[in-house]
Design a protein around this ligand. Structure first.
Ligand code: IMP
Length: 429
């Protein structure tokens, strides 16, 4: 029996929420290990729709849920999300939610800085979610961050605040902003400290105990491999490592704790924010994918860019993340297309490439090489077995498997949990 890490194999928004929810029901504990409240996971349970940004998806069903040390945590966003879910009838107590006491905090001036920088960047704008994610990770790595455990020692913050404010006051001055109001910051933290601390603990201890007991651990990734700060479309990426390897370090477990790596990929491609996107379709076809797939961001409401499935990118994402099996989502969005294209390679200045280059200018310049396959007219929406899929849809899935060099473990055919074709159960692998 394996622990399972679920990660996005494209640019995020692959439909991880539904798959994680399906697996969370059978997990003993669910762990978020990177990112922050920039994520948007939608769970549809019966009549109810839950939108999560920071909390692990297990929380909705009462599965013990952990926010690991690799996450950057905005205390006010946490409180707002807990209150929102509580109003929807979800019980969130310190028995269910556990927050790593060594998580770095996102503070109000991180949000300000994220927005100030984006607004000042003109065409170089990254298109961030403006949640302060990047600036908070910078402070963590710069050894200036205030962490969850520090909330219990706010009177002793002096030297840490000196370091933090020395850095931020200089930056803020450059943007014509006043220095950080230290007293106001400490007062705001004092107000929220008890709430956050009620969930805080050394979660690495708890997770190692769980592992010794043989509990099933589900690691819930956010964003996607193509937004990874090392392996993604740098600099148009998020500020954390989104690959499966982070599941261990971001939760306080060793690398062997991660067993099955389930990569989630849409049957086509989407992206929010700026950056290269070789198969993007700025035409009626892209528009049709967006409308059929309801491609609007969960967090920011932004319209997502849409394009054909890019097998080169997913093959690369699967390789750098050690993906064991793919969950292919939103297959039904392709219903009714006469032909469907799959990107099988790139042309860069007349040369053929079988991988995505690292340099940003090359990434922007690659031209996709397409293979066209015949589409299907029947509906695949709600299919729960191969027998319910048209032959052409099966052919499409098989071709994707070949091109990405990775088997399909699951196919998702609607937002409903039950509308899933299970090929291989990650927990039983
Ligand atoms: P940040 O994570 O807010 O710094 O944004 C950096 C980039 O990652 C931007 O292109 C965002 O649109 C993208 N991004 C961040 N979180 C998500 C997500 O959960 N889904 C899709 N894109 C995301």
């Amino acid at each position: 029996m394996a622990n399972v890490a679920v990660i996005g194999a494209q640019w995020g928004d692959e439909g991880k929420g539904k798959i994680v929810d399906w697996l969370a029901e059978r997990a003993d504990v669910v762990v978020r290990f990177q990112g922050g409240h920039n994520a948007g996971h939608t769970l549809v349970i019966g009549e109810n729709v839950y939108k999560l940004s920071l909390l692990p998806s297990g929380i909705v069903r009462g599965t013990p849920s952990v926010i690991g040390n690799g996450v950057v945590l905005d205390p006010w966003a946490l409180k707002a999300e807990v209150e929102k879910l509580t109003a929807q009838g979800v019980t969130i107590t310190p028995d269910v939610l556990h927050i790593a006491d060594n998580c770095a905090l996102i503070l109000p001036f991180h949000r300000d800085l994220d927005a100030l920088r984006e607004d000042a960047s003109g065409a170089g704008k990254i298109g961030t979610t403006r949640r302060g994610i990047g600036p908070a990770y910078e402070d963590k790595v710069g050894r200036r961050a205030i962490r969850v455990c520090d909330l219990a020692h706010l009177d002793d913050l002096g030297p840490q605040l000196d370091r933090l404010c020395a850095h931020h006051d200089a930056l803020r001055a450059g943007f014509g902003e006043p220095p950080v109001d230290r007293d106001a910051l400490v007062a705001e933290l004092r107000e929220i400290a008890d709430f956050v601390l009620s969930f805080a603990k050394p979660v690495w201890l708890m997770l190692n105990e769980a592992r010794k007991r043989g509990d099933r651990i589900l690691f819930e990734g956010a964003q996607g491999v193509l937004l990874d700060v090392d392996h993604g479309t740098y600099p148009f990426v998020t500020s954390s490592n989104t690959i499966a390897g982070t599941a261990a370090g971001g939760s306080g477990l060793g690398p062997s704790a991660v067993g099955f790596v389930l990569g989630i990929a849409k049957a086509y491609t989407t992206r929010v924010g700026s950056g290269p996107f070789p198969t993007e379709l700025e035409n009626d076809v892209g528009e049709r994918l967006g409308v059929r797939g309801h491609e609007f961001g969960t967090v920011t409401g932004r319209k997502r860019r849409c394009g054909w499935f890019d097998a080169v990118l997913v093959r690369q994402a699967a390789a750098v993340s050690g993906v064991t099996g793919i969950a292919l989502t939103k297959l039904d969005v392709l219903d009714g297309f006469e032909t469907i294209s799959i990107c099988t390679g790139y042309l860069l200045h007349g040369q053929t490439l079988d991988h995505f280059p690292s340099n940003a200018a090359d990434q922007a310049a690659v031209q996709p090489v397409y293979e066209e396959i015949e589409g299907w007219s029947q509906s695949t929406a709600g299919a729960r077995s191969w027998a319910q899929l048209p032959a052409q849809a099966i052919k499409y899935i098989r071709r994707i498997e070949e091109l990405i060099q990775c088997p399909v473990a699951l196919v998702s055919t609607s937002p409903e949990r039950e509308d899933t074709i299970l090929v291989r159960d990650p927990f039983l692998d």
